[in-house]
Design a protein. Structure first.
Length: 248
C-alpha cells in the first residue's frame, strides 16, 4: 500500500465521483494529495471523507489564467508535482439540434482547453520523472447518439495524450489516458432529466454494456494509481479502456 509513497499529486475535479475515489486511493498509497473543485463549498463532503491531510484548492478548471494561479499555489505548498490526474470535465448530452455555441464552448473549455493550459502551467514544477493521466471516455470511440460534442472533446483529449507524450517524455513526463465507460457517479444526475427519464437512460446504458452493469469509481481509480506509479514507468502515450466491453 505504498506505491505512491512520497509522491505529490494533483487531482482536478476531486470533490466527488471518480476524482474523490482516486484521492482516497492515492492517500492510501502514501501520496500527498491536492484536489480541486470550482468552489470551496464543493469540498464539504469530500473533507468529511478525506480529512485535513488533503490540500483543497478552489479553481475554475476551464479558465487558462486560473491554471497559472493553481500552479503557483502548488509550487508554494508542494514544491514539485510528481503525478497529475486531469479528471475535471463535463458531459452535456444533447442532440445536435439542441447543441448551441454556449454548450459547445463550455464543453471544449472544460474538457480540452483547461487540461491543455493546466499542463502548460505545471511544466516548471513537474518532477523528473512525473506522470500525467487524462480522463477521456469510451465516447471518443463509439457513435453514441446525442454525444457528438462530448465525444469530440474526449477525442481531442486522447490526441493530447499522444502528442504531449512525444513532446514531454524527454523531460521525464509520461502522459497516458484512461477511457471509462458508464460509471456509477453523480454525473448522470446532472443531465437535468426527470427521475423517470434518468432511470430509463440509466437502464438503456446498462443494457448496452456487455458486462451488464455500471463500473465502480474504485475500478477507475485503481487504474489511475497504476498509471501514476512507478509500476507503469514504461507506459507512455497509452490509453486504458475500462468500459465493461461497451466499445467492442
Amino acid at each position: 500500500m505504498d506505491r505512491l509513497k512520497g509522491k505529490r499529486a494533483l487531482i482536478t475535479g476531486g470533490s466527488s465521483g471518480i476524482g474523490l475515489e482516486t484521492a482516497r486511493q492515492f492517500l492510501a498509497e502514501g501520496a500527498r494529495v491536492a484536489i480541486t473543485a470550482r468552489d470551496l463549498g464543493a469540498f464539504q463532503s469530500a473533507r468529511q471523507e478525506l480529512g485535513d491531510q488533503v490540500l483543497y484548492l478552489a479553481s475554475n478548471a476551464a479558465d487558462a489564467h486560473a491554471q497559472q494561479e493553481l500552479a503557483a499555489k502548488l509550487k508554494e505548498e508542494f514544491g514539485n508535482i510528481d503525478a497529475v490526474f486531469v479528471n475535471a470535465g463535463i458531459a452535456d448530452i444533447k442532440p445536435i439540434e439542441q447543441s448551441d455555441e454556449t454548450m459547445f464552448d463550455r464543453t471544449f473549455g472544460l474538457n480540452v482547453r483547461g487540461p491543455f493550459f493546466l499542463i502548460r502551467a505545471l511544466l516548471p514544477i513537474f518532477s523528473n520523472p512525473a506522470s500525467i493521466v487524462l480522463n477521456a471516455s469510451i465516447n471518443a470511440h463509439i457513435g453514441m447518439p446525442n454525444t457528438s460534442v462530448y465525444g469530440a472533446s474526449k477525442a481531442a483529449l486522447l490526441s493530447l495524450a499522444r502528442t504531449l507524450s512525444a513532446e514531454l517524455i524527454p523531460r521525464g513526463i509520461r502522459v497516458n489516458a484512461i477511457s471509462p465507460g458508464p460509471i456509477a457517479t453523480p454525473l448522470y444526475s446532472k443531465f437535468g432529466l426527470s427521475a423517470a427519464d434518468l432511470k430509463a437512460t440509466s437502464d438503456a446504458l446498462q443494457n448496452q454494456v456487455p458486462a451488464k452493469r455500471f463500473g465502480k469509481p474504485s475500478e477507475i481509480a485503481s487504474a489511475v494509481v497504476f498509471l501514476a506509479s512507478d509500476e507503469s514507468a514504461y507506459t507512455v502515450g497509452s490509453e486504458l479502456i475500462i468500459d465493461g466491453g461497451l466499445g467492442l
